[in-house]
Design a protein around this ligand. Structure first.
Ligand code: ADP
Ligand code: MG
Length: 238
């Protein structure tokens, strides 16, 4: 259902090719982490999956459907950004419900979905507050809640922990891992942090310079890095 396939995705900005033919097959329920240094094309690839940016070549298939020319709202995805991207003038409840209201979801279903997200993320105390009254960790949990209520086939995370301090980072990371166990949803998670990649991923994609260097389980990458870049980035002994 939440299977994600990328076929020959590439992206140019003018003369600059920032993604070079990315092929990928993500199983339903798999937790994929895309890791690589700043500027290697991670966000660009995620935005193409989400439909926030057009690919130059290739196709995106979600749940067996070619979604390449569909808008983000019709792709069965939900995205969580580093910057939270909450609406500052709306309460937490308003932020959680807005997308469903815009999609003309029945009020009873909205209530059910919000109750579920509130339970999973313990958001009850914050429902009537506005984002400005919340800590970074609380804001990011609201942003994750806003993704949950949509019941997406695929969750997309773009460096969701980068704006949090170390203690909160561990806490929200554990919450995301728990969310994956509970929902069994497909997740594609971008980070430049090897530790996040090694702890969260079923499989890791290592990128550099717009090119996929290697795809494999954390232990495969650690034990059999495909090249010196992967070895150094993952921190393999040899
Ligand atoms: P990452 O998320 O891995 O840090 P990005 O996907 O944001 O990398 O960027 C990859 C490359 O594409 C970078 O060199 C960046 O400067 C370039 N880039 C990203 N967005 C644009 C854009 N809208 N126009 C031109 N170049 C861009
Ligand atoms: Mg990025």
């Amino acid at each position: 259902m939440g299977k994600l396939v990328l076929e020959g995705i590439s992206k140019r900005f003018g003369a600059v090719e920032v993604l070079k033919t990315v092929d990928l097959d993500v199983a339903d329920g798999e937790f994929i982490v895309i890791v690589g240094p700043s500027g290697c094309g991670k966000s660009t690839l995620l935005r193409i999956i989400a439909g926030l940016s057009d690919q130059s070549t290739g196709k995106v298939l979600i749940g067996g459907r070619d979604v390449s020319s569909l808008p983000p709202s019709k792709r069965g995805i939900a995205m969580v950004f580093q910057s939270y991207a909450l609406y500052p003038h709306l309460t937490v409840e308003g932020n959680l419900t807005l997308g469903l209201k815009q999609a003309r979801t029945a009020a009873s279903l909205i209530a059910e979905r919000v109750a579920e997200a509130v339970r999973i993320l313990a958001l009850e105390p914050f429902l009537k507050r506005r984002p400005g009254e919340l800590s970074g960790g609380q804001r990011q949990r609201v942003a994750i809640g806003r993704a949950i209520v949509r019941h997406p086939e695929v969750f997309l995370f773009d460096e969701p922990l980068s704006n949090l301090d170390a203690a909160l980072r561990n806490q929200v990371r554990a919450e995301i891992a728990d969310l994956h166990r509970r929902l069994g949803a497909t997740m594609v998670y971008v980070t430049h942090d090897q530790v996040e990649a090694m702890t969260l991923a079923d499989r890791i994609i290592v990128m550099n310079g717009g090119i996929v260097q290697q795809i494999g389980t954390p232990s495969e990458l650690y034990r059999r890095p495909a090249n010196a870049f992967v070895a150094t980035f993952i921190g393999s002994p040899g």
